[in-house]
Design a protein around this ligand. Structure first.
Ligand SMILES: Nc1ncnc2c1ncn2[C@@H]1O[C@H](COP(=O)(O)OP(=O)(O)OP(=O)(O)O)[C@@H](O)[C@H]1O
Length: 589
C-alpha cells in the first residue's frame, strides 16, 4: 500500500479538496484533497496487521487455555471452565470497551482488548474438541507407546481439532476486523495521524451527502476483506481436512482384501533386536484377583470385573472369549496398564515381566512397556490417527523409545509394513489411514504393534470389523508375527471357533469372572461349564439345520460371581449359587 499509493494518500492537494468520486479519484478526495481510494489501500496494512494480531492472541490464548483445561485434574479443570463460561456470558464488546478504557485508546490497546476478549470463546471450543478426541483409541495407543502428555496434546489431539479451529479463527478474524472498524469509528481505536479502515469510515461519514463513496468505499473494503478471510480459511480447512472428511466413506467402501497377504517372508517380520523369550513356565505377564470398578454416579462404585486371575507365558497364545460386556477388554487393558482413567483397579498382583503395574512406574519402565507391549485395537479406523500419515504413526515408537533418526525409523516402519503384507511399503508410508482398505489398516495396526520389540501383543477383537476372508488373512499375519518374534499373544474375541483354532489356551469369561480355562485343542471334549457348552453348541457346521433357533443356556448363572468362587490361577470356578433367574443366550454364532 504505502509503496504504491503512499504519495496520493498523504500529500495534500488543496485544489482537489472534497472532489466527488470519479475516474480520477475512485472514492473522491478528503478535505485536504488526499485521494480516499489511495488511503483505503494504504490503510489495508494496519487494518490487516491489527486483525491478524488480535486473532492470533485469541487463537493462541484459546488453544493454550483450552488444552490446559483438557489435561488438568477434575476440580481445577471445572474451575477454569467455569471462569471461561462466565466470561463467555459477558458481552464481549463491553469487555473490549472496558479494556480499551484501561489501556487507553491506542491501536495496540485495541488489539490487546479484542484479542483477549476472543480467548474465552476459543477456549470453550478447543476444550470441547480436545475432550471429544482424547477418548479415541489412537490417543490411548499413543499413551501406551509412552508419548508424554504434551506429545499427546500437540501431536495427536491438536492436528485433529485443527480444522474446526481454522474455520473458527477465520470467523473470528472477520468479526475482529469489524470490531476494529467499530472501535476506530468511535475514536477508541487507531488515532490520527495513523489511520485504518474504521478511521477512514469515520472521516468519510462527515461528507456522506456530498461524496457517499468516501464512506461507502472503506465500508465495501471491510466487507470484502471479511469475506476473503472466511474463504481463505475454508480453503485451508478443505486442504487439511481432505483425509478426515473422506474417512467415513472410505471406511464403508474399503473392506476388500488387498496385497499379497501371507506372501510376506517371516524373516521380514522378525524384530532383529527383538524378543528374547523367558524360560517356559515363568509367566511373562500375570494378574491375580483383579477387580475393576467404576463410579456409579451416586458416590458409589459398581464392580465390573470380579477377582479375575490370568497369566500368559512367553510365546503363548491365550484367547479370552465371552459374550459382550463380560469384562474381556477391561481385563486385557488392565494387563497392559491401559485402564480408563475413571476405572478403580485393584489386584493382588499385576505385572508385566519384572514391571510391577500396581506401583507407579519407575524410570525407564514406561519406555519398556512402550516397546515390549503391542496393542492391536478392534477398529483400526478409530485406533489410527486420521490426521497423521501411516509413516508418522509407525515411526513413533522407534523415534520416541529406540532413539532412531527419521531415516532409520522409516526404514524399520517400511520393513514392518512389508512383513504384514502391504505392497510398496516405502510409498504407502506417505498415505493417510483413509487411503488404506479395512484389511490393510488392521495389518498396519499389527505392523505398528511390531515396531518396538514386542514380547506381548494384546489383540482386542482385531478381526471383528473385517469380512471373513480378510479376517483369515489378518490372523495369518498375526500368527506369522508371533512365529517370527516369539511374542506372546492375548487374543480377545466373541468367536469361540476362531479362538480355539488360533490359540493354545482359551479363557472363558462371563459376567466379569473367568468361568473356565481350557486347552484350545480339546475345547469340545473338555468344556465343563454350561456357558462354554452353550457357546460351543451354537457353532454351526455343515450339517446344522439353519431353521432351528440357537440353543439357550438353561443352567443357572449369576450376574455377579462372588470373589471366593471366582477362578484363581486357572482353576475352574463353581457356578455361584445365587441364580438371577435370567436365561442367557450365548452371543457366539
Ligand atoms: N469406562 C467405563 N465406565 C463404566 N463402565 C464400563 C467402562 N468400560 C467398561 N465398562 C463396563 O464393564 C463391563 C465390561 O466391559 P468390557 O469392555 O470389558 O466388555 P467386553 O467383554 O470386552 O465386551 P465387548 O466384547 O462388547 O467388547 C461392561 O458392562 C461395560 O459396560
Amino acid at each position: 500500500g504505502p509503496g504504491t499509493w503512499g504519495g496520493a494518500a498523504t500529500e495534500p492537494a488543496i485544489v482537489d479538496r472534497l472532489a466527488p468520486a470519479g475516474a480520477e479519484h475512485l472514492f473522491g478526495t478528503d478535505d485536504l484533497g488526499r485521494d480516499i481510494f489511495a488511503r483505503v489501500m494504504v490503510a489495508a496494512r494496519l487494518s490487516l496487521l491489527l486483525t491478524a494480531g488480535a486473532t492470533a492472541i485469541g487463537v493462541l490464548g484459546g488453544v493454550l487455555v483450552g488444552l490446559t483445561a483438557a489435561v488438568l485434574p477434575k476440580y481445577p479443570r471445572r474451575a477454569l471452565v467455569w471462569v471461561m463460561d462466565m466470561l463467555l456470558a459477558f458481552p464481549w464488546l463491553l469487555l473490549v470497551l472496558f479494556c480499551t478504557v484501561i489501556w487507553g485508546a491506542t491501536a495496540t490497546g485495541a488489539m490487546l482488548a479484542i484479542g483477549l476478549a476472543g480467548i474465552p470463546n476459543l477456549t470453550r471450543l478447543v476444550y470441547n474438541l480436545a475432550a471429544s478426541v482424547s477418548g479415541q483409541d489412537y490417543v490411548r495407543a499413543a499413551r501406551v507407546v509412552g508419548v508424554g502428555p504434551f506429545g499427546v496434546l500437540f501431536r495427536h489431539i491438536l492436528p485433529n481439532i485443527a480444522n474446526p479451529l481454522l474455520v473458527q479463527a477465520a470467523a473470528s478474524a472477520s468479526v475482529t476486523l469489524l470490531a476494529f472498524a467499530g472501535l476506530s469509528f468511535l475514536d477508541l481505536g487507531v488515532q490520527a495521524p495513523e489511520y485504518d479502515w474504521g478511521r477512514l469510515l469515520n472521516e468519510g461519514i462527515g461528507s456522506i451527502y456530498t461524496n457517499p463513496m468516501g464512506a461507502i468505499g472503506p465500508g465495501i473494503t471491510i466487507v470484502f476483506a471479511g469475506l476473503v478471510f472466511t474463504l481463505v480459511a475454508e480453503a485451508l480447512a478443505d486442504q487439511a481436512g481432505q483425509g478426515v472428511r473422506s474417512v467415513t466413506a472410505a471406511g464403508r467402501a474399503s473392506m476388500a482384501p488387498t496385497g499379497p497377504g501371507r506372501a510376506a517372508r517371516a524373516e521380514d517380520a522378525a524384530a532383529p533386536d527383538g524378543a528374547v523369550p523367558q524360560g517356559a513356565g515363568t509367566a511373562l505377564a500375570e494378574v491375580t484377583d483383579l477387580r475393576i470398578a467404576f463410579p456409579d454416579g451416586e458416590g458409589g462404585l459398581v464392580e465390573r470385573v470380579h477377582g479375575v486371575s490370568l497369566s500368559v507365558r512367553p510365546g503363548e497364545i491365550v484367547g479370552i472369549v465371552g459374550e459382550s460386556g463380560s469384562g474381556k477388554s477391561l481385563t486385557a487393558m488392565a494387563l497392559a496398564d491401559l485402564s480408563d482413567a475413571s476405572a478403580v483397579v485393584r489386584s493382588a498382583t499385576r505385572r508385566f515381566d519384572d514391571i510391577d503395574l500396581n506401583t507407579p512406574l519407575a524410570r525407564g519402565e514406561g519406555k519398556r512397556l512402550g516397546t515390549e507391549l503391542g496393542i492391536v485395537f478392534q477398529d483400526p479406523l478409530t485406533s489410527l490417527n486420521p490426521a497423521l500419515t501411516i509413516g508418522r504413526q509407525l515411526t513413533e515408537v522407534s523415534r520416541t523409545h529406540l532413539g532412531m533418526n527419521r531415516g532409520e525409523a522409516r526404514e524399520r516402519a517400511a520393513a514392518r509394513l512389508r512383513a504384514v503384507g502391504i505392497p510398496d511399503p516405502g510409498d504407502r508410508l506417505r498415505d493417510y489411514p483413509h487411503q488404506f482398505s479395512g484389511g490393510m489398516r488392521q495389518r498396519a495396526m499389527i505392523g505398528m504393534a511390531l515396531t518396538g520389540n514386542p514380547r506381548l501383543i494384546i489383540a482386542d477383537e482385531p478381526t471383528t470389523a473385517l469380512d471373513v476372508t480378510v479376517q483369515k488373512q489378518v490372523l495369518g499375519v498375526l500368527h506369522q508375527a508371533q512365529q517370527a518374534t516369539g511374542a506372546a499373544i492375548v487374543l480377545i474375541s466373541h468367536d469361540i471357533a476362531l479362538v480355539s483354532g488360533f490359540c493354545d489356551r482359551v479363557v472363558v469369561m462371563k459376567d466379569g469372572a473367568v468361568v473356565e480355562e481350557l486347552d484350545a485343542r480339546r475345547i469340545r471334549e473338555e468344556a465343563g461349564h454350561p456357558h462354554t457348552k452353550g457357546l460351543i453348541a451354537c457353532l454351526p457346521d455343515m450339517r446344522s439345520d439353519r431353521d432351528r433357533p440357537l440353543p439357550v443356556i438353561d443352567a443357572p448363572l449369576s450376574a455377579v460371581a462372588p470373589p471366593d468362587e471366582a477362578v484363581q490361577g486357572g482353576a475352574v470356578a463353581k457356578v455361584p449359587a445365587g441364580d438371577t433367574g435370567t436365561r442367557s443366550r450365548p452371543s457366539a454364532t
